[in-house]
Design a protein around this ligand. Sequence first.
Ligand SMILES: Nc1ncnc2c1ncn2[C@@H]1O[C@H](COP(=O)(O)OP(=O)(O)O)[C@@H](O)[C@H]1O
Ligand SMILES: [Mg+2]
Length: 265
Amino acid sequence: MGIFAIANNKGGIGKTTSVINIGAALTKFDKKVLLVDFDPQANLSKSLGFRECTNTLTDVILQGKRLNVERFSDNLHVLPATMALTRVEQQLDPAQGDHHVLKEILQSIETDYDVILIDCPPALNILTTSALTAATHLLIPVQAEFLALEGLASFYDAIKKIQKRINTKLEIGGLFVTRYDQRKVLNRHVLETLSERFSEYLLPTTIRENITLAEAPVNRTDVFSYAPKSYGAEDYQMLARDILHKLEESTVTSPKAINQLDYKK
Ligand SMILES: Nc1ncnc2c1ncn2[C@@H]1O[C@H](COP(=O)(O)OP(=O)(O)O)[C@@H](O)[C@H]1O
Ligand SMILES: [Mg+2]
C-alpha cells in the first residue's frame, strides 16, 4: 500500500491532471486506487464530474459526518472536495496537531486500496502539510520553465522540515516533468539542469504537452477513456509504471503490501 501526495507550491503545472491520469493508469495495472481531492479549488472533483457532493472530507473533519466514497469506476474511487474545504484550511490548527486529521481518516479505509493519490493545493499550507503527514511518498510534478528550479529548492527545504519534524517515514517518490515541449529550448535546458541537480529523484518518464490531457476533463473523464492512443495516455502509463517500481523499492511498504501489488485481480 502506498499513499502518494502530489504537491508543488506552484499552480497550473499539472498536479491535478497527474493525479487523475496516474490513478486511471494504475487501474490498468489492476490496482485499486483512491483519489483524494484536497484542494479547495476542487478541480479534480469537477474534472471527473463530482459536483456538490455530500459527506465530503470537509463534513467529516468539521462536523464528524460519515465519509462518503464516490465511485468513478470499479477500481477508481474518489473522495471529492468542494470549495467548503477552505473552511478546513482556516480552522485546522497545526499547534493542536490537527494536521493528523487526514491520516486518521484514511487509516479507516486504506486497506481497501493498493494506492491512494492525494491532490494538493498550490501552496505549502495546512492542507498540504496534512497530505504530507498522511503520505508514505511525495511526488513532485515540475514544469520545465523559467524559475521552476528556484521554486523547487525552497519547496524542497520545506519538505525536509516536514520529514524531520512530522513524518519521518515520508519518502521522496520522485520528481517528474510535465507539459514538456521538446521544441522549446528552455524546456530542454531546464530538463537537463533538473537531471543534473536532482538525478537521484528525477523519474525516467516525462509527460509531454498533449491537448488530449486538457480535453479529457471537459468530457468528465481521464485520458485513457478519452484518447487511449494519445501521447498523454502513453506517458501516464509509463509514469504509473515508474511509480509502481518506486513502491516495490520502498522501505516504507511492508513485503506483504508489495505482494498484494503483484496480485492480479
Ligand atoms: N501535459 C499536458 N498537456 C497539455 N495540457 C496540460 C497538461 N497537463 C496539464 N494540462 C492543462 O494545464 C492546466 C493546468 O493543469 P492542472 O493539472 O490543473 O495543474 P495544477 O493542478 O498543478 O494547478 C489544465 O488546463 C490542464 O488541462
Ligand atoms: Mg490542481
